[in-house]
Design a protein around this ligand. Structure first.
Ligand code: NAD
Length: 378
């Protein structure tokens, strides 16, 4: 069985889907492992490291794609490449399935079994394969270090003979995996942190990390789904939230927004008036920029300085700012996925579509879209 990891083609992408460590693990499991030359170049893994791990480094991407039984990527493939995959191959990557129905249709037409990492169930058993979490964790960290670097202030309180420097104030909106890591990182650097989430248990988690929880009575049910995701708020609830948050934004040096609603565009939580109320030199890092943005005025992959001198950071791929570590854990997620379903004795992949994990994340198989949520175009 051949596993192939092509080099990521998106110029913004620094991560590799396969690291030498995971390549070694797959070789030991009995796979033939191939990587395209340059796959790890942007995350500190030059080609020789893959050869040392027992993988083949190839230059002919199209030929290797056509021969592989498993193709590992970070981002979804370009449509032109899908037809070149082997019928029956298993393709594992983020697929952005709610926004990219054409990719799913092409995967089905090519007879490929497409695994969407976004759809891996949030269960204890699947935690080791949960790439959304492994990447969000790194993004939460790098959002804070980026802001710390950009701010014209230091983060901790300092009492000096020349006077006292007050700690920087951070406001984290959305306390999921990324938000919790952002809180922990900002606290470690000495900032004062306030945080808000619609899920009450998330507020308690923020408090346990030393943040101040902003409590807003939104009325109605604001709990999570059985997968731990937030439910969508009503327009009235969103308006209440925005008003309560605006005061905290005005008082903050850095606002980090991470709020997402699974399968939907991210809610706009910081409107233009709240941005206008922020101090000169303050920053808003919108980690939801790729899924529409939590901030009015966010421009994907750009930084926008407002008239008042605040800056909205809409850069994507914050996880890719620590590409060595985000690749390490991403690749480990994929390796764990393959290992979990690999029958070592029989040398075969156990593709049981009734399995709880596969049922959640296999979107196309045998020439069709098989996932209930995406049949008929999503
Ligand atoms: P996410 O990326 O979907 O969303 C980020 C955060 O935004 C969430 O905490 C969500 O509640 C919040 N949010 C949504 N709408 C909001 C609004 N209007 N205002 C403020 N915040 C809003 O979520 P995530 O980080 O992927 O994780 C969500 C939950 O799932 C977490 O509790 C996490 O611990 C849990 N989880 C469980 C497992 C597991 O059991 N295996 C694995 C991963 C995550």
């Amino acid at each position: 069985m051949i596993v192939f990891a092509p080099r990521e083609t998106d110029p913004r992408e620094t991560r590799a889907p396969l690291t030498p460590d995971t390549a070694k693990k797959l070789v030991e499991l009995g796979f033939t492992v191939r990587v395209e030359s340059g796959t790890g170049a942007r995350c500190d893994h030059p080609d020789p490291q893959y050869r040392e791990a027992g993988a083949e480094v190839v230059n002919d991407r199209a030929a290797a794609s056509g021969e592989a039984d498993f193709v590992l990527r970070v981002r979804r493939p370009e449509e032109g490449e899908i037809a070149g995959l082997k019928r029956g191959a298993v393709h594992i990557s983020f697929l952005d399935p709610f926004n990219e129905p054409a990719t799913l249709a092409a995967m089905a037409a090519a007879g490929v079994t497409a695994v969407s990492l976004e759809m891996i169930p949030r269960t204890t058993l699947a935690q080791k394969m949960d790439a959304l979490s492994s990447q969000a964790n790194i993004a939460g960290y790098t959002a804070v270090t980026y802001a710390a670097d950009r701010l014209n202030k230091i983060l901790p309180m300092m009492m000096t003979p020349a006077g006292t420097i007050s700690p920087a104030k951070f406001f984290v909106i959305g306390i999921g995996v990324a938000g919790l890591q952002a809180i922990a990182t900002a606290k470690r650097l000495g900032a004062r942190v306030t945080a808000f989430d619609v899920r009450p248990e998330a507020l308690e988690q923020a408090e346990s990390l030393g943040a101040k929880a902003l409590r807003i009575d939104l009325g109605g049910d604001t709990g999570g789904t059985d997968q731990g995701y937030a439910k969508e708020l009503t327009p009235e609830q969103l308006e209440k939230q925005r008003q309560a948050q605006a005061k905290v934004c005005a008082d903050s040096d850095v606002v980090i927004t991470t709020a997402k609603v699974f399968g939907r565009k991210s809610p706009v939580l910081v409107k233009a008036d709240a941005v206008a109320g922020m101090k000169a030199g303050s920053l808003i890092v919108d980690l939801a920029a790729e899924s529409g943005g939590n901030v009015e005025g966010t421009v994907l992959d750009e930084e926008v300085v407002t008239e008042g001198g605040a800056c909205i950071v809409g850069l994507s791929n914050f996880e890719g700012r620590a590409a060595t570590h985000s690749s390490q854990v991403y690749s480990a997620n994929l390796g764990n996925f393959l290992e979990h379903f690999w029958d070592k004795e029989g040398g075969a992949f156990k593709l049981d579509l009734e399995d709880e994990i596969l049922k959640g994340c296999v979107l196309t198989h045998g020439g069709e879209i098989v996932h209930e949520r995406f049949k008929g175009g999503g």
